[in-house]
Design a protein around this ligand. Structure first.
Ligand SMILES: [Ca+2]
Ligand SMILES: [Ca+2]
Ligand SMILES: [Ca+2]
Ligand SMILES: [Zn+2]
Length: 496
């Protein structure tokens, strides 16, 4: 369901209107941006490819991946290798001169635009979100190899090019795997603040004291670092569900809808348990919905969508199915867990019904990403953009291999993805029985007690299977307003 709507004039009007708002302040720190004369020369829809950009940097050759990071990693069980990339490499990190931080708002971003940049940094994640007043959030800042700083170098130069400065208001780390946060003392988020001199307003992370499954050296070092030298630099906060922690400017809501397993997995530290295999770090990913007008976007790290036991010593659990009812209909979906088919389950996609899907993926991944099943599921519901081609054995159909994927809107009504135009929609979705699941996702939309069951079933070791019909769900469903039967049930409380 895509519709072309190139409405340049309404975009320009909205941009002009928001310039007036800007005079009241906000923005990324200091400068208010380049003024109003820039609407005609709108920022590049697709400024550059982060990986390519990094290759031009003098220090881009640092930290070739090597050795054994001991990272529990990101595997699927559909493959073998995990953690470090193997091979030699010194891993030396040259200290890039930080220099004075230029003023914010002087990069490619222009006031009035909401931009979401999915960087192409291989099999690792980094997404830059800039609100219409210039407030900024980096969601994950990972490395494709544990000893690498290449991801950080690419992220740093990309962010500076968009914002004009080395400062971001928020960093959200979905979970503590190298491909989402990097390794302390080597790369990723550590490198951004310690070597490149980035200033961070606040770091939101999951509760790594109260919830731990299959942990890695990456996880343990970050847990120490955030309570030690990292505390002052990163101002870490434990993420909580809701929209109270992140302010991306007027009209934008950034709501955390899952963290620490969304109550699907039992609370506790299972890191010393060998058998049964404890939950994957992926299960605990922070997930969030961003709403701006009719534009709805979801991002959720490596959130899992099936109970599955890996031969590598961890288990996945279906978190997506419970989170789906908190999300509702979306326009753009940042695919969970790269190109894994243990995520993006059928219930999740039926409930959220995205028009555009974005898969952050590396060409040289050992996991067979994107998995054929995943591509089929995404392609029937959405136009699919891949940051890299991934495994060449997989038929990707009409998916676009795009490099960095940039989503941009100025009015919350139409948006572009690397320059292609789409209409944001808020379709009427039917949830006749009021159980939170639209009829497309609900096995029986006339029976409130009948809801989607977790993919792969319930894990008696780490879930409460004797409780409510679905783990993680309180037996008391939210009250249903009497007039809501047959109407769209999504809550609009977040809408600006
Ligand atoms: Ca929408
Ligand atoms: Ca229903
Ligand atoms: Ca039902
Ligand atoms: Zn990952």
């Amino acid at each position: 369901m895509r519709a072309a709507t190139a409405r340049r004039s309404s975009e320009a009007l909205a941009a002009a209107a928001s310039l007036l708002v800007l005079a009241a302040g906000g923005g990324c720190g200091s400068a208010g941006g380049g003024g109003g004369a820039t609407i005609a020369d709108a920022p590049n829809e697709r400024p550059f490819d982060a990986a390519a950009d990094a290759a031009e940097l003098p220090d881009a050759g640092v930290g070739s991946d090597g050795g054994d990071g001991g990272d529990g990693g990101d595997g699927d069980g559909s493959d073998g290798s995990d953690g470090g990339d193997g091979g030699g490499g010194s891993g030396d990190v040259d200290a890039a001169p930080a220099g004075p931080t230029p003023p914010c708002g002087t990069g490619t971003w222009r006031p009035g635009a909401l931009e979401i940049h999915h960087l192409a940094i291989g099999q690792a994640d980094a997404t830059l979100i800039v609100g219409p007043t210039g407030r900024s959030l980096v969601f994950d800042a990972g490395e494709a190899g544990w000893e690498s700083a290449k991801g950080a170098m690419a992220i740093g130069s990309y962010v500076e090019r968009v914002l004009g400065c080395r400062r971001v208001d928020y960093v959200v780390i979905s979970h503590f795997h190298v491909d989402h946060v990097g390794y302390v003392g080597k790369g990723g988020l550590w490198h951004l603040v310690n070597v490149q001199g980035f200033e961070i307003g606040a770091l939101l992370h999951r509760d790594i004291r109260a919830f731990a499954g299959n942990v890695s050296k990456t996880f343990e070092l970050w847990r120490e670092y955030l309570e030690g030298p990292g505390a002052g630099l990163l101002k870490p906060q434990v993420a909580v569900e809701g929209a109270g922690q992140v302010d991306l400017g007027s009209g934008v809501a950034f709501k955390i809808v899952a963290t620490d397993g969304n109550a699907v997995i039992k609370r506790g530290d299972f890191s010393a348990v060998m058998m049964p295999p404890p939950p994957s770090e992926n299960d605990y990913s922070i997930a969030a919905v961003l709403r701006f007008g009719a534009f709805d976007y979801f991002i959720g790290g490596d959130l899992s969508g099936a109970f599955y036991t890996s031969e590598y010593g961890y288990t996945y659990h279906d978190i997506e199915t419970t989170v789906a009812r908190e999300i509702g209909d979306i326009d753009v979906y940042r695919s969970n867990h790269h190109g894994s088919d243990h995520s993006s389950n059928a219930t999740f996609l039926a409930q959220t019904d995205p028009e555009v899907s974005i898969v952050s993926i590396g060409d040289t991944n050992g996991y067979g990403h994107p998995r054929p099943n995943l591509m089929q599921r995404l392609l029937v519901t959405s136009v699919v953009y891949l940051t890299q081609r991934g495994d060449v054995q997989t038929d990707i159909g009409a998916a676009r291999v795009a490099g960095a994927v940039v989503v941009r809107t100025t009015d919350g009504q139409s948006y572009t993805v690397n320059g292609e135009s789409y209409a944001a929609t808020d379709p009427v979705r039917i949830d006749a029985d009021g159980d939170g699941y639209f009829r497309e996702a609900d096995p029986d939309d006339g029976a409130r007690a009948t809801r989607p069951t977790p993919v792969g079933g319930c894990d008696p070791a780490y879930q409460d299977c004797a409780g409510p019909s679905q783990p993680g769900e309180s037996s008391a469903l939210p009250a249903v307003p009497s007039g809501s039967r047959g109407r769209a049930a999504r809550t609009d409380a977040l809408r600006p």
